[in-house]
Write a protein that binds this ligand. Structure first.
Ligand code: PEP
Ligand code: MG
Length: 875
């Protein structure tokens, strides 16, 4: 028979997966001989079983719960449900990873109309007993039966008002009896049944509520944002109650062993005398700093300090502890590794290394890679954020916090920013012509688009906050307003965006600038020592590349050459090339492009100082580049000596039903080899010149996109080789160059052994590979994926976190097939997944050589790569 329930004394800290974090730590503290109110843990497996059994707790589990209860009764010398001296318990959830959003706590469970009398007599404190009962009814009704807490608050307030009281503490035992009667009336009215009097029924109700809360919408969102699998389940902890509200030698509080905001060493916390846990959280009374306890209850303070030190030393990490003092006796209710800011995490990890408590490997493993975003981008002032009103939420496409006035066109945004205004650009979707407005903006909000759509990719490259794909917005860009959550927002109104959570707020919420502290460098240096994967960046401009190098990039893994033409003075030129009807016209347009390309490539090579640079040949999804605005069409017509109608007709002829699968990537080079010729010339001339001018050891890497067939690659490669050799001969250079391919079409992965014959390297383009493997449009998936999360079909956005089971299998297979043909084949990934920690770990595990990601994610990828290497080495 499976064991579903463990007494605290039967577990230990190593059983976290089974007992949840809280349960495992309560067991560990019990083993350490610390003062813990005893209890038992219903396992995470029981939660999984609950879901597998059609949301039912089986009799076997119930029996084990009641058996553990008997043991607890024996330990406490009290009976559960007893009428004279009842054993009361708290019920709390506790998953493997701490998870806000789930049911938290029910206190005082086990009281009923009769037991409360016995409890009053036993404690000699009727007021306390009735107060405990009324709190229990309220909490149970709220969290178990989902009757809103505010309805109970209203009753409490009305009784206080009728009596002329200000504070809850003025309520007498009789007043509280009246409150209880009204609470029970409300319960019956709302639920059509009496408040349960059977303690066991109460207990099973509470356990069920904890299991149920594992799947509430808040918990599902939290799991998705923090990569927590849905099948982990939560444990339930049932613990004997101790009371902090039994007078002035009782109290309750929370404390950290170090400051969670700064990492400063020293106990940091607060407590309230004569209070129960919820009073501290509710913020009704102002808690005292923990140091004051030395005056109030010096013995307890001394013991508390000793135990907190013991706990920190034992876990070798900063602890977050909850404690209660009942009539002068101290109890610890829980301990866990404390949540902390990224800055505090770096400082604590380094301090613990210096104190000889952990190794540098452990220090590196402890930092949550994603949290480095907090150091590299602005964040919201936490107090200001709390007061903010959330209007809606969409995809957290590029991290950071932004607040500013709303503008609806790139030009307006740019003009306002030039006047010194902080600007948020709101668009239906962005396109290359918005680039300057995007640059000028603090944040970007789009109605359409996914994690790899234009706005997301470009904003991430620039390090600008972006929230994309908010389908609930009704926008009229012409009339310059949008509507969301009943608000009508016009140009010039303030909104704030959180690119890390995807939240959209009304108003101007204060932001705090990013700052990278000293210990960042120490942790990154350790990460560099431990990691095996190289980390490159996706950068298209010298400025982005420079930024990435400053953040530690070891090369460019993807330069999207079409992005080099986003600026307004250049976009016309690439449009001219795209719209050319004849080879001559195209060659003339290309001749116009070459100086820009060459100049940019030279600048990139100079910034990279001999580090590898992979240049991806043109891959413009046509819908992003074809002009749509009348003024652009007119300008182009003039420039091309054509009529507006002629230009429109060409645009129409280029219209594609499915541009993402249309005439892009190497298909362009197959149709118009002159494009590949021009780009090869620009790449080679730039490399030869910079090599001779600056002496950098440059080996250009030319990357052909969207290949699905060896002959296709062969065709383009021939064009490249012919041109490259011609340039070398012209310049008298013997420069080496590599030609590789993107692996972004499922067929390429299937044929990887053949394709490798023609490729010096593979770079996995997991954006397109995900799009084509799932058959989801990169730009539209956001619209329906929410339903998939809700229905638990998918747990996370496959465009943000690589789908290892499906798309990952293609990557792994292609890597293996490629290396069968060429054992030394260089392998990398350059899709947006390259900066996602779980994907980085996957890339390490399957033996890729590098990951490439947007500049601001370089430190995150490095840290994740080091963590993967440490995990693999078992250190
Ligand atoms: C990809 O498809 O993963 C990729 C990197 O190319 P792009 O995003 O430019 O299509
Ligand atoms: Mg692609």
């Amino acid at each position: 028979m499976a064991k579903w329930v463990y007494l605290f004394k039967e577990g230990d800290a190593g059983m976290r997966n089974l007992l949840g974090g809280k349960g495992a730590n309560l067991a560990e503290m019990t083993n350490l001989g610390l003062p813990i109110p005893q209890g038992f843990t219903v396992t995470t497996e029981a939660c999984t079983d609950y879901y597998n059994s059609g949301k039912k707790i089986t009799d076997e589990i119930k029996d084990q719960i009641f058996a553990a209860l008997v043991e607890l009764e024996n330990m406490q010398g009290k009976k559960f449900g007893d009428n004279t001296d009842p054993l009361l318990v708290s019920v709390r959830s506790g998953a493997r990873a701490s998870m806000p959003g789930m049911m938290d706590t029910i206190l005082n469970l086990g009281l009923n109309d009769v037991a409360v009398e016995g409890f009053a007599q036993k404690t000699g404190n009727p007021r306390f007993a009735y107060d405990s009962y009324r709190r229990f009814i309220q909490m149970y009704s709220d969290v178990v039966m989902e009757v809103s807490k505010t309805k109970f608050d209203a009753i409490l307030e009305s009784v206080k008002e009728a009596k002329g009281y200000k504070l809850d503490t003025e309520l007498t035992a009789d007043d509280l009896k009246e409150v209880i009667a009204k609470y029970k009336e409300l319960y019956k009215k709302e639920l059509g049944q009496d408040f349960p009097q059977d303690a066991k029924e109460q207990l099973m109700g509470a356990v069920t509520a904890v299991f149920r809360s594992w799947d509430n919408p808040r918990a599902i969102v939290y799991r998705r944002m923090n990569d927590i699998p849905g099948d982990w389940g939560t444990a339930v902890n049932v613990q004997a109650m101790v009371f902090g509200n039994m007078g002035n030698t009782s109290g309750t509080g929370v404390a950290f062993t170090r400051n969670p905001a700064t990492g400063e060493n020293g106990v940091f916390g607060e407590y309230l005398i004569n209070a129960q846990g919820e009073d501290v959280v509710a913020g009704i009374r102002t808690p005292q700093p923990i140091t004051k306890l030395a005056e109030d209850l010096p013995e307890c303070y001394k013991e508390f300090m000793e135990i907190s030190k013991k706990l920190e030393d034992h876990y070798a990490d900063m602890q977050d502890m909850e404690f209660t003092i009942q009539e002068g006796k101290l109890y610890f209710l829980q301990t866990r590794s404390g949540k902390r800011t990224a800055q505090a995490a770096l400082n604590i990890a380094c301090d613990l290394v210096d104190e000889g408590k952990i190794t540098p490997e452990t220090a590196v493993s402890r930092i949550e890679a994603k949290s480095l975003d907090q150091l590299l981008h602005p964040t919201f002032d936490p107090a200001a954020l709390k007061a903010g009103r959330v209007l809606g939420s969409a995809l957290p496409a590029s991290p950071g916090a932004a607040a500013g006035k709303v503008y609806f066109t790139a030009e307006d945004a740019k003009a306002a920013a030039e006047k010194g205004e902080r600007v948020v650009l709101v668009r239906l979707e962005t396109s290359p012509e918005d680039i300057e407005g995007m640059h000028a903006a603090e944040g970007i909000l789009t109605v359409r688009g996914g994690m790899t759509s234009h706005a997301a990719v470009v904003a991430r490259g620039m390090g600008t906050c972006c929230v994309s794909g908010c389908g609930e917005i009704k926008i009229d860009e012409e009339a310059k307003y949008f509507e969301l959550a009943g608000e009508h927002i016009v140009e010039g109104d303030y909104i704030s965006l959180d690119g890390s959570t995807g939240n959209i707020y009304l108003g101007d919420i204060k932001t705090v600038e990013a700052s990278v502290g000293g210990n960042f460098g120490r942790i990154m240096a350790w990460a560099d020592e431990f990691r095996k994967l190289q980390v490159r960046t996706n950068a298209d401009t010298p400025a982005d590349a420079k930024n990435a190098v400053n953040l530690g990039a070891e090369g460019i893994g993807l330069c999207r050459t079409e992005h080099m033409f986003f600026e307004s003075d250049r976009i016309e030129k690439i449009r001219k090339m795209i719209l050319s009807n004849t080879v001559e016209a195209r060659e003339a347009a290309l001749a116009d492009l070459i100086p820009f390309q060459k100049g940019d490539f030279k600048a990139l090579y100079e910034v990279m100082e001999g580090k590898p640079v992979t240049i991806r040949f043109l891959d413009p999804p046509l819908h992003e580049f074809i002009p749509t605005q009348e003024s652009d069409i007119a300008a182009l017509a003039k420039d091309m000596n054509l009529t507006v109608e002629e230009v429109k007709a060409t645009c129409d002829s280029l219209h594609e039903f499915n541009p993402m699968m249309g005439h892009r990537g190497c298909r362009l080079a197959v149709t118009y080899p002159e494009i590949a010729k021009m780009q090869t010339r620009a790449v080679m001339e730039a490399a030869i010149e910079v090599k001779s001018e600056k002496g950098f050891a440059i080996i250009p890497e030319i990357m052909i996109p969207l290949v699905g067939e060896k002959k296709e690659l062969q065709f383009v490669k021939n064009v490249v080789v012919e041109t490259a050799e011609a340039v070398k001969a012209e310049k008298g250079s013997d420069i080496e160059y590599h030609i590789g391919t993107m692996m972004e079409i499922p067929r390429a992965c299937l044929m990887a052994d053949e394709i490798a014959e023609e490729a010096d390297f593979f770079s996995f383009g997991t954006n397109d590979l995900t799009q084509m493997t799932f058959g989801f449009s990169r730009d539209d998936a956001g619209k329906f994926l929410d339903s998939y999360y809700k229905e638990k079909i998918y747990e996370s956005d496959p465009f943000a976190r690589l789908d290892q089971a499906g798309v990952g299998q293609l990557v792994k297979m292609a890597a293996e097939k490629g290396r069968t043909t060429k054992p030394g084949l260089k392998l990398g990934i350059c899709g947006e997944h390259g900066g996602d920690p779980s994907t980085v770990e996957f890339c390490h595990n399957i033996g890729l050589n590098y990951v490439s990601c947007s500049p601001f994610r370089v430190p995150i990828a490095k840290l994740a790569a080091a963590q993967a290497a440490i995990k693999n080495s078992g250190k």
